[in-house]
Write a protein that binds this ligand. Sequence first.
Ligand code: SF4
Length: 220
Amino acid sequence: MAVPVQVAEQRSQQLASYEQAVSACTRCRLAEGRTQVVFGSGNPDAELMFVGEAPGFHEDQQGVPFVGQAGKLLEKLLAGIGLERADVYIANVIKCRPPGNRDPQPDEIEACESHLFRQIELIQPQLVATLGNFATKLLTGKPLGITRVHGQEQWTTLGGNRVQLYPLYHPAAALYTPRMLQVLEEDFARIPQLLGTDDVPKPVLQLAPAPEPTVQLGLF
Ligand code: SF4
C-alpha cells in the first residue's frame, strides 16, 4: 500500500535521526569491541521486515546487516518472490558485533532490544520475519525453537503495533544444509500471500551453493 509522501518523509527522517542517536550507544559492553553500530538498512516504509541475530565480521566492517553469503542468499530468496533488498527493511536484534561472533548475553539483549522495538514502531511493517532461533524466541516470547515454528505466522504486538510474526530458518544455517534451504524457500514462497501481494509474478530461482561459512551459534 502506498504511503502518503508526507508520512514517508517524516518516517524516514525519524528513522535517520534515531539511527544517528544509536550510532553512539554505549548501553552495553559490545560497544567496546565494535567497529560501528549496525543499525539496519532498507525501506523505512517497508511492509516486510527481517530480523536476524547480530552483526558478524563483514557487517561490523561495512555497517550493513546481511552483507556476506547469508545476505546474498537472502537477496536471492527475495528475488524469488519479486522483491529486492530496497523493498524491505533488514535489522538485527543486537546492533553491535559480539566478539568472535559469540552468542549475545541476556543483559546485552535487554540493553539493545528497545532499539529494535523503536525501529518496528517507526517502520510499522505488516510482517516481521524472524531469521533463526534467536530472533524468533525473543520476538515470540516463547521457548519453541525454529524447527518447530518455522513457516507458522502468528500475531503479536511489537513496538506498540500489531504485526504478524513469521519465523524462518536463518539463511546462514540454510547455506550448508540443502534440506533446510528447501524448507526456507517453501516458507519464503508464502510471504506474498501473507502480505496480500500474491499476484506478483515470481522469477525462477537459481540458488547456487555458497562457500565460506560464517555460521553463528543458535541460528537453528
Ligand atoms: S549492542 Fe545495542 S545496547 Fe549494546 S552498545 Fe550496541 S547498540 Fe548499544
